[in-house]
Write a protein that binds this ligand. Structure first.
Ligand SMILES: Cc1cc2nc3c(=O)[nH]c(=O)nc-3n(C[C@H](O)[C@H](O)[C@H](O)COP(=O)(O)OP(=O)(O)OC[C@H]3O[C@@H](n4cnc5c(N)ncnc54)[C@H](O)[C@@H]3O)c2cc1C
Length: 371
């Protein structure tokens, strides 16, 4: 009975299934501390949209931070705001919009993902080509260790926590840097060949008014309704240069956000996130096309999202080998979690183990993840 009650907490968007011992829903830092001190091992969870199994428990207590939703100390002139870890990105944007500010990082899960989860995975998303990663926009984080002690970590110490997928401590609060809200428009460009895609992306990346370059292969483009038999590039401009504005702009962005839900509905449920340099993109894409694997992604920063059916999952190790041979990374934005531990290089594992020993010597947080 208990397991059914905790049903949705057994998994995250990776669809891996774990076992839940209990779930706690702290509403403030004091309650987070009680949960951390009162339990031997905890798995930290934001919205559970992670695609690598990072929030999937293995018989542990789930620390669900989604009720930590305070927003404070917004300063329009300095363009900063402080948030608790469970604030959902779109809720923050709604709060900031009347003041003409926004948080510029935009994962496609923006309607649900928490800022705590974005910090823990160092999320990238659609506007990476202009704004980089979440870590570029974090001024400090407050983290709780296994003894319940909280420390504020600024730019020089943040790397022990930002992008560490919760293995080093609980991010309870953060100060974010903001950007003014931009006027936006988009163009939808159809291209015949992968080389044409590379050439256009190379040119557009140089432009300061281009904030997003999103690629969809032929299968994906047809599926989301862009058109038959062509590669498509969604180019987002931070001015009125694109021909799609207002409702048309919103529509094309919603179609892009629907890419993964669409392809998952077609049975291609396992989404990966390799990252390669632009000149290696045609090689990786040719392999994916030859194996019938639908792909889309943030081409402006070299992150692709090949989507594998259950039958195709056996091809993932081969793809990872190719990605490494091309000098790329096995994960560009989703993190390692449970799913990609086997693909982490030995040297990187050593570094991660050392950070874990230093920050969580008690072995309380997210055990069995990443390393
Ligand atoms: C449809 C879809 C589209 C997506 N698009 C993108 C995209 O464009 N770019 C991108 O980068 N990702 C994307 N993702 C992946 C995911 O949304 C991001 O990784 C997001 O940042 C996770 O946030 P979350 O609140 O759901 O975290 P969760 O899934 O709950 O957790 C993710 C990891 O962070 C840890 N964690 C969560 N909160 C904290 C905290 N407060 N302190 C310490 N550790 C914590 C968890 O233990 C886990 O390891 C997408 C996912 C889906 C389902």
């Amino acid at each position: 009975m208990k397991k059914d009650f905790f049903g949705s907490y057994r998994s995250d968007a990776s669809r891996l299934k774990g076992e839940v011992l209990d779930v706690v829903h702290p509403k403030n830092v004091g309650e987070v501390r009680n949960a951390v001190l009162g339990n031997n091992k905890v798995v930290i969870r934001g919205a559970g949209t992670g695609l690598a199994g990072g929030a999937v428990p293995q018989g542990e207590v789930v620390l669900d931070l989604s009720k930590m939703i305070g927003i404070s100390n917004f300063n329009k002139e300095r363009r900063v705001v402080e948030i608790e870890a469970g604030v959902v990105l779109d809720d923050l944007q709604d709060y900031l919009r009347p003041w003409g500010c926004e948080f510029p990082i935009k994962p496609s899960s923006h309607a649900v993902a928490t800022i705590g989860g974005m910090i823990a995975t160092d999320a990238v998303g659609n506007r990476g080509v202009k704004y980089g990663k979440t870590s570029n926009w974090v001024k400090w984080v407050e983290v709780m260790d296994a003894s319940g002690h909280i420390e504020r970590k600024g730019i020089t110490e943040m790397s022990d926590y930002v992008g560490m997928e919760g293995i080093t401590g609980v991010v309870v609060r953060a100060c974010l840097k903001l950007n003014p809200v931009m006027e936006r428009s988009a163009s939808l460009v159809r291209l015949e060949s992968l080389l044409e895609v590379v050439e256009l992306v190379r040119r557009l990346k140089m432009r300061r008014d281009v904030s997003s370059l999103e690629f969809l292969d032929k299968m994906m483009s047809k599926g989301v309704g862009f058109g038959e038999d062509g590669y498509y590039l969604i180019v987002e401009y931070e001015n009125d240069e694109g021909e799609l504005k207002g409702d048309e702009y919103d529509k094309v962005m919603a179609m892009r956000d629907a890419a993964y839900p669409f392809v998952a509905g077609e049975g291609y449920t396992r989404i990966e996130d390799p990252k390669v340099m632009l000149d290696k993109f045609p090689k990786l894409m040719s392999w994916l096309e030859a194996n019938g694997i639908p792909t889309f992604g943030h081409i402006g920063v070299g992150i692709l999202h090949p989507c594998f059916s259950i039958d195709q999952e056996r091809l993932i190790p081969e793809m990872m080998k190719l990605v490494k041979r091309l000098g790329g990374q096995v994960s560009g934005e989703h993190g390692i979690g449970l799913l990609k531990r086997g693909f982490v290089e030995v040297n990187d594992q050593k570094i991660l183990r050392n950070v874990k020993k230093r920050t969580d010597p008690w072995g309380k947080f997210n055990m069995g993840k990443v390393i």
